[in-house]
Design a protein around this ligand. Structure first.
Ligand code: XIL
Length: 444
């Protein structure tokens, strides 16, 4: 919801002075991954390693392009609880505070996973393991309570191949299938504001493994086990390319009533082939309304976990690759390789919401044209002696006559192609029954 700004004044002149002083908003051009994705109502994130934050090119690229971060290793069990009850949050805190200082979201990764698990965990007997798992979830989620957009509560709990079975792990082997449900219930209690995700790989298309995850999520939803999203890691290469039914698979999960997120995207390759695959993934996400964001698994090929495959959007010198241009174009951005942007347009339509003896509430609906927009402005002209006494969901400034108000978003003016928003205002009729005139809508 847009920030509500209510203006009250005895005269239009006073309103003008107040509003002019307070109105400060510059629409951002959608020329970065983050701003273009925001124009589509999505975040665009990256995995981040705390030990690279001090490298200026790394930090500059991160800060310019991305609106969400996932600590690549710093929140994993071996990093956060290397000995039982001995919690260390320093490296992850560094990433969280970097993100918070720049308005980025944070994905928490990951609470319960068979890998990067300290050996003390696997030596525990069932009752103790259960207590340790729940304590680990509670301690981490409490430490960052209210600060994490989504948590990967359980990671990679299913086997590859055709069995559809659970993967062997200390949790699976000692606690049985129920450990996943228990982890999600513990997580909900620890931080009710965080979206709780199940995350996995080789589940990107429709196959036996994704069928098994699908059945679990369906069962969770039917029984009220708290789950909000499913993460699709999406690590691709020539042996494991973007599946043809990628979008259909995202959609069938979304249809279960969960958000879907692309959580660890990287695609080995180079040039136009790599770019095309990236474009396919982004378009698939945009075509699924519950696909809320995309995270690539690293800022630069230089530090990729599989850097030999050069799978990311920036090369080792932080130059944007063709894959970057393809992603930006698919997001409707205006920079990079071009081909995406242009044609920012919007319409503004007026309706009267409520009327009473000496006043009325007007409503203006702003609708983006065929491409996403990152900002808009329009005018509303009143007939004297009518006076506006309040404006909400937008910021208004008045001309000298006090009859024409120019209206713009109070903060984020991004709208996806064809999407609408509205603002409203209260008018004192002062004896005039005239209907306000709405000017043309200008988009950026
Ligand atoms: C990887 C990291 O990128 C590496 O730095 C680390 O050595 C191993 O883990 N699936 C996941 C991620 O969920 O946590 C993994 O990250 C990649 C595969």
């Amino acid at each position: 919801m847009y920030l509500t700004r209510v203006l009250r004044a005895a005269t239009a002149g006073l309103v003008a002075a107040t509003a002019l002083a307070a109105a400060a908003h510059t629409a951002e051009a959608a020329d970065t991954l983050g701003s273009a994705a925001a124009g589509q109502g999505r975040y665009f994130g990256t995995a981040v390693a705390a030990n690279h934050l001090g490298e200026s090119d790394y930090a500059a690229t991160l800060d310019r392009e991305f609106t969400s971060v996932t600590p690549e290793n710093e929140m994993k069990w071996d990093a956060t609880e290397p000995t039982r009850g001995g919690f260390t949050f320093t490296s992850a805190d560094q990433i969280v505070s970097h993100a918070q200082g720049r308005g980025m979201d944070v994905r928490g990764h990951t609470l319960v996973w068979h890998s990067q698990l300290p050996s003390w965990v696997s030596t525990l007997a069932a009752a103790d393991l259960r207590a340790a798992m729940n304590d680990h979830i509670t301690q981490l989620m409490t430490h960052w309570k209210g600060e994490i957009h989504s948590w990967d509560v359980v990671n990679e709990a299913f086997q590859d191949g055709s069995s559809g079975a659970r993967r062997s792990s200390p949790f699976q082997d000692k606690l049985g299938d129920g450990f996943i449900e228990e982890a999600f219930r513990t997580a909900r209690a620890a931080d009710p504001a965080a979206e709780l995700c199940y995350n996995d790989y080789n589940t990107d298309g429709v196959n036996a493994k994704s069928d098994a995850v699908y059945a679990m999520v369906k069962d969770f939803k039917a029984r009220g086990v708290p789950i909000d999203c499913v993460g699709f890691q999406s690590h691709f290469n020539s042996a494991s390319p973007v599946p043809a039914d990628y979008q259909a698979n995202l959609q069938r999960f979304a249809d279960l009533g969960v958000d879907v997120q692309i959580t660890e995207l990287d695609i080995e390759g180079s040039g136009t082939a790599q770019a095309a695959s990236y474009g396919t993934v982004v378009k698939a996400c945009l075509a699924v309304s519950r696909c809320t964001g995309i995270t690539v698994w690293g800022v630069t090929d230089k530090y990729s976990w599989r850097s030999g495959g050069t799978p990311l959007l920036f090369d080792a010198d932080y130059a944007a690759k063709p894959a970057y241009d393809a992603v930006l174009a698919a997001l409707g951005g205006t920079g990079g390789g071009g081909g995406g942007g242009g044609g920012a347009a919007c319409t503004a339509t007026y309706s009267t919401d409520a009327q009473w003896n000496d006043g009325y509430n007007g409503k203006v609906t702003i609708t983006a044209g065929d491409s996403a927009i990152s900002g808009w402005t329009t005018t509303v002209t009143l007939t004297a002696p009518q006076q506006v006494t309040a404006v909400w969901n937008a910021t208004a400034t008045w001309d000298g006559s006090g009859n024409v108000m120019t209206v713009e978003p109070s903060w984020n003016g991004s709208l996806a192609a064809g999407a609408s928003t509205s603002f409203g205002f209260t008018v004192a009729k002062n004896g005039s029954g005239a209907v306000p005139a709405v000017g043309t809508c200008a988009a950026s």
